[in-house]
Structures are given as structure tokens and as C-alpha cells.
Ligand binder design. Structure first.
Ligand code: FE2
Length: 429
């Protein structure tokens, strides 16, 4: 079974990346930042985690207010470095761990955290600023990551108590994963700072010291604090330290703090902290019980013939082709597709198999492959075909045969709103 070997908490200010890229550990002003991270880096090197869960927040880079969520778990195969306005930093992208992420996602949802899930989104300084000084990366990062983005920018956001509970659920998730993985949890953010308004530049080093003491010795006290209390003591943006409680909540009561440092170079109190975790692993029976709980909602679906639940695994596997079909909601993309399907599909990087299934309008094969029905109906609309064509083809019937099974046998309809149907292609099965 997987186990959590320890937790890291650290700040994620852009100054950390700046110190790494432009200065170095010998610089009198910026060097102390890198030096503070060095023991954590050594710990990670020595402990060799197989994967790291990175609890961080995005800064309106890859997540926007058109759809903002409290807890977003990265389930994808790879996460690139974000461009935050002046081009991305010269760092490698990080591999994800879709299998572990899918298990964690299922477990957290079973524990009543209504997660959102993301893939194909780059990660900004909330993740890569500390990571760049925590690991050597000339030849790529030493471990894959599972990012967990916490929506702390828009109020209301998750409370300290909710983050703590999420951490406890995260522990149940990791400790019930069947593979023997050594998992580190890295939480980023804080400490005291405020970066907006007339109060920008606010710091409270006394509170930072107290916070560091509490996160080690009395984290439950921190879970009782409101976002307003945290903002009053540490500055408005410092309330992002609730993310540290996700990490702390995922550890057992039996931890050993290995390293702690604090430095205030500019706007934000930069802290680093490492806990070694000495959790008693769950017994095989306890882990089985939890897995039963995780599978409860979906158990039985596998027995439904001709049914393909759109799981996180399918979502990752068929992401590229689903993404391509989703572009058909855009009039220009539709025009390009109609003008030259082969060129449009090649431009989207679709594989030979994917292009072939689409060109042949092989609805059944597309469904088996992982394309969700609601994108098939968009393809049908663009192709001048009705939903009924697709239903019939998936069942291996002609349109006429399928229509005979309906109470409105002559009905044909699609999701096309206004555009005239183009010459229909004959759906093949
Ligand atoms: Fe932040």
C-alpha cells in the first residue's frame, strides 16, 4: 500500500524563482532564500518519494473566474510551466500520476468532497517557484506530481477547518492505494503578506513565528481560525496558509519536524518546514473497508451491458480527441473542419486511429474509445446528422430500425440550433 512519508510546507512567492534564476545561493540578499530550501531539498533527495502531491494555489494564470472551484485535482499525464505574463520560466514540465490521481479523486468524492478535476492546464509559480529550488531538474523532475489546486483567491473559499478535513481524507485516499508508493505532500503559500490595497506590504513576523509553532505543535488551534482572523494577523493574501493544513491534516499525530527556517526578504515571510510522518499503516482489512466505501456509488455499473461510464481514466485517455470535438462549439473551428477534416484533425495532433474513426464516423468505435456521447452529438450536428443516427449506429441498427422502437417513430433531431444541415454522411457502424 502507498504511504505518506512526510510533509513539506513552504512559501511559493515568485521571488524564490527569481532568486534561483537570477542570483544564486551566494548572493547576500537572495541567497538566504535558496539556503532555507537546501535542507528540504536534501531531505527529498534522501527520502526519494515516488510521487509528490503538491497543494498550491494558482494566481489567475490557469484558473479564471469563469469557473472557479474550491478544490481542483490534477489528473493529467503532464503539467507544463505556465506563462504568467513574460514567458514561462526555463523549467521542464512535470509528469503527472493519473492512476494515483484517479484513486485520490474517487476516494475524496466518496468522502463527500465534491472535487473538480483538471488536466491540460499549466501550473504557475504556486507550484514551480518552490519546486525549482526543492529538486534538481536539469534532466527533468525526480518524481511525478499530483497537483491539488485550492481556490483561495475568490471569497468565499475553503476554510482552514475544511482544508484540515480534506487533508484527513487525503490520508485515507493515499493509504488505500494498492501500489507501494512513497508519497510526499508539499503544501505551498504564505507566510504573512498582503499584496493589494493600501495595506499592501503588510507583514507580521511575530505572527509568522507563532503560526510556525502552531502548525507543528497545535494545528487544531489553526483550524479554529477564520479566514478573516488569518488575514488580520498575517495580511489578506496570507490566508492562503490554509493550504498548509491540507498537508498537516494528511499526516498522523506522530510526526518529527526535521527542519524549519524563516526569512523575510521583500513582501512575504518565506518559510520552509519538513515533517517526517510516522503513521501506523491501516491493516489490509481497514484498507479493504475503505476501498468498498470508495466503490460504493459505482459498484454495479460494470454489469450494465453497452454502458461506458465516463470515468477519470477515460477522461484522461481520450482527452485529446474529446478536446478536438469540443472545438466544434466554435463557428470558425466548424468551418475549418468542414473545409478539410484531415487537415483540421492533423493540426490537433490526433493519432491515425483517432482520425480514422472520425473520418468514418464510426460512432460505436468512438464511444468504445472514450469519446463522450455529448461530443458525438456535436459531431453529428456538424455533419448534418441527427442524434437518432448516432443512437442507431451505436446499437448496430439502421436509422429506420431504431425509429421503429420509439413512440415518435418519425422523429429526427439534433443539437444544431441555427446552421443549415450540411449534406449528411451515412453513419457506419
Ligand atoms: Fe500565493
Amino acid at each position: 500500500m502507498a504511504r505518506i512519508i512526510g510533509g513539506v510546507a513552504c512559501s511559493h512567492t515568485p521571488t524564490i524563482g527569481f532568486a534561483h534564476d537570477k542570483h544564486g545561493s551566494d548572493d547576500p540578499v537572495w541567497g538566504p532564500i535558496i539556503q532555507a530550501f537546501a535542507p528540504v531539498k536534501a531531505w527529498l533527495k534522501e527520502q526519494r518519494p515516488d510521487v509528490a502531491i503538491i497543494v498550491y494555489n494558482d494566481h489567475v494564470t490557469s484558473f479564471f473566474f469563469d469557473h472557479y472551484s474550491a478544490f481542483a485535482l490534477g489528473i493529467g499525464e503532464r503539467f507544463e510551466v505556465a506563462d504568467e505574463g513574460g514567458g514561462p520560466r526555463d523549467l521542464p514540465g512535470a509528469a503527472g500520476h493519473p492512476a494515483l490521481a484517479a484513486h485520490i479523486g474517487a476516494s475524496l468524492v466518496a468522502d463527500e468532497f465534491d472535487m473538480s478535476f483538471f488536466q491540460d492546464r499549466s501550473l504557475d509559480h504556486g507550484c514551480f517557484s518552490p519546486l525549482s529550488v526543492l529538486c534538481d531538474h536539469a534532466d527533468g523532475w525526480p518524481f511525478p506530481i499530483v497537483p491539488l489546486q485550492v481556490g483561495v483567491l475568490q471569497t468565499p473559499g475553503p476554510s482552514a477547518r475544511r482544508c484540515w478535513k480534506l487533508g484527513q481524507a487525503l490520508r485515507r485516499a493515499v493509504e488505500s492505494y494498492p501500489d507501494d508508493l512513497r508519497v510526499a505532500i508539499i503544501a505551498t503559500g504564505g507566510l504573512s503578506h498582503q499584496v493589494h490595497g493600501e495595506r499592501s506590504g503588510f507583514n507580521n513576523t511575530e505572527w509568522d513565528a507563532q503560526f510556525l509553532d502552531l502548525i507543528v505543535n497545535d494545528p487544531v488551534r489553526l483550524t479554529e481560525m477564520t479566514v478573516a482572523e488569518l488575514a488580520t494577523r498575517g495580511g489578506y493574501e496570507s490566508a492562503e496558509v490554509v493550504m498548509w493544513l491540507v498537508m498537516r491534516g494528511a499526516l498522523s499525530a506522530n510526526v518529527t519536524p526535521r527542519h524549519q527556517a524563516y526569512y523575510l526578504p521583500s513582501m512575504t515571510g518565506i518559510a520552509t518546514l519538513v515533517f517526517e510522518n510516522h503513521a501506523t499503516p491501516p491493516s489490509a482489512a481497514e484498507a479493504r473497508l475503505h476501498l468498498d466505501h470508495v466503490e460504493r456509488e459505482t459498484r454495479g455499473l460494470e454489469a450494465l451491458e453497452g454502458t461506458y461510464p465516463f470515468t477519470l481514466q477515460r477522461s484522461v485517455k481520450a482527452y485529446r480527441i474529446n478536446k478536438f470535438l469540443h472545438t466544434l462549439v466554435d463557428p470558425q473551428a466548424r468551418e475549418s473542419f468542414r473545409a478539410d477534416e484531415a487537415v483540421a484533425m492533423r493540426g490537433a495532433g490526433l493519432s491515425d486511429t483517432e482520425r480514422d474513426m472520425l473520418l468514418r464516423r464510426d460512432w460505436r468505435a468512438l464511444m468504445h474509445y472514450g469519446v463522450i456521447f455529448f461530443l458525438l452529438e456535436k459531431l453529428a450536428a456538424v455533419s448534418g446528422l441527427s442524434n437518432l443516427h448516432v443512437y442507431a449506429a451505436m446499437r448496430g441498427q439502421t436509422l429506420g430500425e431504431f425509429q421503429k422502437t420509439r413512440n415518435a417513430p418519425g422523429a429526427v433531431y439534433s443539437v444544431s440550433g441555427r446552421e443549415d444541415a450540411v449534406a449528411g454522411k451515412v453513419p457506419r457502424t
